[in-house]
Design a protein around this ligand. Structure first.
Ligand code: F6P
Length: 549
């Protein structure tokens, strides 16, 4: 099979040898040699989104070799297999069908002999009914008051998606409705939210695919007790709903399964914001807007399935990532949205990318012999220009960045937005061009520095440049565009998983720590329990026991 032969394949070798020549080449020279470079290396999705990928260390040959790599990995067949519902999550024997959740033309998708669309449509209908009933005060709290505090209790994919998306769409929130998110087991998360809300006007949404996650269940129990203490046990059915695949556990927890919104095993946690997990988004922004988000993602799904690799945005972003990770030796990237509403996008993408592709075993069960998922970090611009951008510009690490910005301002503060736009465009240019030592020296001289000062300072003031970035310009940040943007990243990550021949849809790496924590818990609760860990863990447990005496 392919598996570890990937990095021994002819195309991989061709890319390795091409990379040797590209290492010496400066992007600014490539721009000087080809006035059409920007045009050549940019794409748009109608008016929704524009991608400029010209500020990458690539040339025509790089891209054509990368497309050859994608073909050698049978990417087109793999895309079809995912959309068709094949069980491509091989370790868990599951289909991967978050795309079915936004299958807006409603064509049948058959899993195990059954079309999944009727159930998906039924849940969407139930979400519409319920979200509208809450928004317009038809579904009231136990004491007859309108539910205006929406508290999502979930973690990982059951938190980051709805949190990121509802924050991104804050402008669309219904007046009077407030969303809160409790994820961390740290009691502070719960205490802080509970201190701000009134039980009579609060709806708790317990979001958990498995309904066994300790953080979510502990937080949900605390919130349930808080509500019951205030309003009594019969109030629960008016203030608690569940989003899950696990009906039994929902019932066991004490939530009426009538109040449960279902989703299915073929929806991965980190790919679930399009499902019932998005209920808090739907209540905040309305189901019409939620469905516009699905429409945006669907547009990208079609683009991804139907467009030649040479013009395919997720494919191109993925291959450029592979180019850096596997050939240029750059194993990290930054996502920098220049938009306060998108400030949680990097955290969301961290789970999406790092939980999907942070793998070391390939689909045949062998250890991979090449790099897989990169490290991802980020934050909102311009804030991050004043924090970690020093390293991005002058550090010894090269960090390719995705800059994302809407062209149109959200508010009347157009002057602010112009400064924002100017900054994002300047960053891409500065990173690419840099500043030579000679240029730095001339500037210092012109600023009146002495020859000694010029000599000493010129290197500090220089910028190596040749640092890559993609620029993604959204016409406007709205539900449709957000859906499109997130789907682009989902598919980008999928493509990389295909190239690396890994299962992007399991997450076994999170299990070991969870299991050990369950063992340590009684050791902290009962100090007479003997400790049998390594000497470091034993000492740390003992220290905590002593400090809490
Ligand atoms: O611990 C990781 C994880 O399994 C994620 O993949 C998932 O999104 C999160 O926990 C929450 O899981 P659940 O929705 O089942 O509570």
């Amino acid at each position: 099979m392919f598996s570890n032969a990937i990095n021994k394949s002819r195309i991989w070798k061709k890319l390795e040898s091409h990379c040797k020549s590209m290492r010496r080449i400066l992007m600014k020279d490539l721009f000087a040699q080809d006035e059409k470079r920007a045009e050549k290396f940019s794409l748009s999705l109608g008016e929704t989104l524009f991608l400029d990928y010209s500020k990458n260390r690539i040339c025509d040959k790089t891209m054509s070799l990368l497309f050859e790599l994608a073909r050698a990995r049978h990417l087109d067949e793999k895309i079809n297999a995912m959309f068709r519902g094949d069980k491509i999550n091989v370790t868990e024997k599951r289909s991967v069908l978050h795309t079915a959740l936004r299958n807006r033309d409603n064509h049948p998708i058959i899993v195990d002999g059954k079309d999944v669309m009727p159930e998906i449509n039924a849940v969407l209908k139930k979400m519409r009914q319920f979200s509208e009933d809450v928004r317009f005060g038809r579904f009231k709290g136990y004491t007859g008051k309108k539910l205006v505090n929406i508290v999502n209790i979930g973690i990982g994919g059951s938190d980051l998606g709805p949190f990121m998306a509802s924050e991104a769409l804050r402008k669309y929130w219904m007046k009077g409705i407030n969303c809160y998110f409790i994820s961390n087991i740290d009691g502070t998360a719960c205490a802080e939210v509970l201190s701000k809300i009134d039980p009579e006007t609060t709806l708790f949404i317990v979001a958990s695919k498995t309904f066994t996650t300790i953080e979510t269940l502990t937080n949900a129990k605390t919130c349930r007790k808080w509500l019951v203490d205030a309003l009594g046990e019969p109030a629960v059915s008016k203030h608690f709903v569940a989003l899950s695949t696990n009906t039994q556990e929902v019932a066991k927890f004490g939530i009426d399964t009538q109040n449960m919104f279902e989703f299915w095993d073929f929806v991965g946690g980190r790919y679930s914001m399009w499902s019932a997990i998005g209920l808090s988004i739907a209540i905040a922004v309305g189901m019409d807007n939620f469905e516009k988000m699905l429409d945006g993602a669907y547009m990208v799904d079609k683009h991804f399935c139907e467009t030649a690799f040479e013009h395919n945005i997720p494919v191109i972003l993925a291959l450029i990532g592979v180019w850096y990770n596997n050939f240029m030796g750059i194993h990290r990237y930054g996502v920098i949205p220049y938009d306060q509403y998108l400030q949680y996008l990097p955290a969301y993408l961290q789970q999406l990318d790092m939980e999907s592709n942070g793998k070391s075993v390939d689909l045949s069960g062998d250890y991979v012999k090449y790099m897989t998922g990169p490290l991802l970090f980020g934050g909102a611009g311009t804030d991050v220009q004043h924090s970690f951008f020093q390293l991005i510009h002058q550090g010894t690490e090269v960090v390719p960045c995705d800059f994302i910005i809407p062209a149109i301002s959200h508010n009347e503060m157009g002057a602010h937005h112009e400064i924002l736009l100017a900054n994002v465009l300047a960053q891409g240019e500065a990173l690419m061009k840099g500043k030579t030592i000679k240029e730095a020296a001339e500037e210092l001289k012109a600023a009146g520095k002495t020859p000694e000062e010029v000599e000493f300072l010129k290197k500090f003031k220089s910028f190596s440049g040749n640092r890559p970035s993609n620029t993604i310009i959204l016409k406007k940040l709205d539900p449709f565009t957000l859906g499109a943007l997130v789907a682009i990243y989902e598919h980008k990550i999928f493509v990389q998983g295909v190239i690396w021949n890994i299962d992007s849809f399991d997450q076994m790496g999170v299990e070991l720590g969870k299991k050990l924590a369950l063992g340590i818990l009684p050791e902290l609760q009962n100090k007479s329990v003997e400790l049998h860990h390594d000497s470091s863990t034993n000492a740390l447990i003992q220290l905590v026991r002593d400090l809490r005496e």
